[in-house]
Design a protein around this ligand. Structure first.
Ligand code: NAI
Ligand code: A1CAB
Length: 268
């Protein structure tokens, strides 16, 4: 099986790295195509990949094609791809907001899998949601799932609305966590800790809390109760967050990303 990744940026390259070690690709090296000459030059020195700077040389003979360019680059790319495709190829999109219908129409393609990955895929801890057009067979879907899972874990969803919704939760979600981390780091610095100590305090607090959550069946709400003593310090912090409606504001932010994903789909 020949797999091509178009766009070797944050997501495309991460997927390429994950898939390169997949046993399904033992016969053929993973193919990468990008328009950035500097990227092509660097990637060409990596013998895990077959690197291309002409679409004609790689697209027609690829069985599965991952599209990982920015949504606003998709229009021009699709125009270029269309005459080189055949109906048996499976197109896997990693792009936010671009709908299956748009991809099918612009590419005259039948088999399309739309996914929403996230950046922790870079360390094998990604989560990808995916859904497919009618023409994708069960075997093709399992095969692509195996490829997606090389970067972490995946969930199948029945409709594209859940792809847009997972954009608001997991796709954009790492940025919300980093936002929270950055806020805590800045608070630690203000309190007088050094850069190094602030980082140690904050990163271990996040890591430890996640580990507790993952190793238990307890909701975050109940974990909060385990940290907070009545009338104590944590309660003072949680009360401050509740007074400022932080929970509602975070939910609003997640919905803003969800809505933007839907909107991106309508822009096309
Ligand atoms: N960065 C993230 O955390 C996530 C990104 N995504 C989606 O992944 C896609 C890519 O995002 P990033 O990797 O962050 O972007 P990026 O800017 O890091 O990478 C895009 C790559 O595409 C290349 N490119 C642009 N036009 C091209 C063309 N016509 N043909 C071939 N290559 C071309 C660029 O040179 C670049 O290497 C986006 O559609 C985004 O919605 C989805 C979930 C998470
Ligand atoms: O911000 C974006 O549009 C992409 C999709 C999810 C994460 N990054």
């Amino acid at each position: 099986m020949k797999v091509l990744v178009i766009g070797a940026g944050n997501m495309g390259f991460t997927y390429a790295e994950g898939m390169a070690s997949c046993p399904l690709l033992s016969k053929h090296k993973l193919r990468i195509y990008d328009t950035d000459p500097k990227k092509i030059e660097t990637l060409s020195q990596d013998d895990r990949f077959e690197v291309y700077h002409n679409l004609e040389d790689c697209l027609p003979k690829s069985d599965v094609v991952f599209v990982a360019v920015k949504p606003y680059h998709s229009e021009a790319l699709f125009e270029q791809m269309k005459p080189m495709l055949n109906k048996e190829q499976v197109i896997v999109s990693l792009m936010a907001g671009v709908t299956i219908d748009t991809i099918q129409q612009k590419l005259n393609a039948k088999k399309v899998i739309r996914t929403m990955p996230n950046l922790p895929a870079q360390v094998g801890k990604g989560v990808t949601s995916y859904t497919e057009s009618e023409d994708v067979s069960k075997v093709e879907l399992i095969l692509v799932r195996n490829l997606l899972d090389t970067t972490g874990t995946s969930i199948h969803v029945d409709t594209e609305t859940f792809i847009d919704a997972s954009t608001g939760i997991s796709g954009s979600g790492p940025a919300y966590v980093f936002y929270f981390m950055q806020s805590m780091l800045e608070a630690a610095l203000k309190m007088g800790f050094s850069d190094y100590d602030s980082k140690v305090l904050v990163s271990n607090t996040f890591e430890g809390a996640i580990e507790l959550f993952n190793q238990s069946n307890i909701s975050p709400e109940r974990w909060i109760n385990k940290v907070a003593s009545k009338g104590g310090t944590t309660q003072a912090a949680i009360d401050s967050m509740e007074d400022n409606n932080i929970k509602e504001l975070i939910q609003e932010a997640a919905y803003a990303a969800f809505d933007r994903a839907v909107e991106l789909g309508k822009d096309k």
